[in-house]
Each structure stands twice: as C-alpha cells, then as structure tokens.
Design a protein around this ligand. Sequence first.
Ligand code: HPA
Length: 271
Amino acid sequence: MLEKINQTADFLRGRVNGELPTIGIILGSGLGNLVDHITDKEVIPYKEIPNMPVSTVAGHSGNLIFGTLNGRRVLAMQGRFHYYEGYDMKSVTFPVRVMHALGIDTLFVSNAAGGMNKEFKVGDVMIITDQINLFPENPLRGHNYEELGPRFPAMTEPYSKELIAKADAIAARKGIRIMHGVYVGTTGPTFETPAEYEYFRVIGGDAVGMSTVPEVIVARHMDMRVFGVSVITDLGGKDITEVPSHEEVTKAAENAQPTMLAVIKDLVAEC
Ligand code: HPA
C-alpha cells in the first residue's frame, strides 16, 4: 500500500505545474460548483492517475483538480468513491492517503445527507461536529503502517473544533443559518426505513449519509485536520412520509450550494 501511495503521489508531483496544496477538498453530491471558483486549474482525470479507482455513479465525474481557491492552493476531488459502489475501504480512502503524501494537512469534506434532527429543514447546511461509523468495517482494519499513523488512533476530535469555530463566525458574519450535528455513516445504497431513521436519531445522529466516515477516519489516522459539512437534502423519521429520491437529493444539494460556497471559500482563506 505504501508503495502505491508514493507512486501515485510521485506521478502527481511530476504532473502538476503549480505549487502543491496543503488543503484537500472532497466534493459531495451536487456540490461540484465549488470547482467554478477554483482558478489556475489543472484537471487530471482519475483514469489517467496510476492506482486510482474509477468513479461509476451518474453525476459524479472523476477528476482531481489542482488550483487556487480564494488565494489558497487546493486539491479538489470531483467525485468520490462510495462503499456501496463495491469498492473496498482501502480504495474508498486511497485518495486521502495520497493527499497526505502530497503534503496536505487539512481536509474539507462535503456530502448530502438525510436529516433526522427535528429542527432541520430541507436545504439546511449542517457543520459536522462528530460522526458514528455504522459501516460494517473500519478502513484501518488490517496491517497498520506506523509511518502513516498509530495502530489505535484517538477519535476524540474527528472534526477540528478550531475550524468549526471559524466556520460559525463566518456564518454569523454573513447572516447564514447553519446547523451543527452528528453524521451517521451507513453503506446504503438504500435510503433508510422510517424505523432506521428513528434508530439513528435515538443513538445520537442528526443526519445520515453513505460516505465521509471512512475518509475522515483515515485522515485522522494521519493527524490531518478535518472540516465537514452536510447539506440536508431530505428528512426521515417515523412521521415523515415523503419518499427521498436521488434526483431530489441532487436538486436540494444544488440549491444549498451558495450557502456552502460562502462558508467554505472564506474558511479556506482563514486556514
Ligand atoms: N439517507 C442516506 N443517505 C442520504 C440520504 C438519506 O436520507 N440523503 C442523502 N444521502
């Protein structure tokens, strides 16, 4: 695995002309517009990158984008690898390993999620304060590479409190309604039954989605700082009868883009 990570990082170092970034961004469903705000772009399709898995879901294009966002060098992943697509955990989290090998120490993650918190409305943006791993495995299972991180990493601060405080200040300054909550990560690809949404709420979850948790575990294994946001694209629970669909989720995520962008752009500059 170390050899593969270094091989891919070496390839990217050779391929990119601009200065290497220290901030990585994983763009979730429908949040791709951030890419339009990146300048000096160098776009590298996943299929041209050695060892990179290839993305399969409609609406998730697969590119690494090196460039500048609000004055800072960033590497954005346009399209991520979901466990439900059939990738194993090592593949899902491989790009985060490569980011770290390139010198990235701060990771931004975004996703679409179903809301269980009764205060939430569709279109809300939730800063992720903590997470619950309900995937059937942990991406760190198996041999531990001490070069990358410890066998038993602490997960006491999965999401950086400092970055959360900065994001709150930005949102307050801009008059943006921003929620906080715990993200529950599950395999999908089914959306939840009413009883499952209820169960996730009772165990302490505010929103549920099918990504993010593996990448954050691997980032924290390597002591990267993490900031995460969910767009609440649908609501679930015992009393909720609306049926979520992929189209609806994508549309709601699109609608929340201006809010997400406003916060993320400023936060990147303050990193
Ligand atoms: N459940 C799981 N994943 C999701 C949802 C949901 O309701 N909405 C968007 N991603």
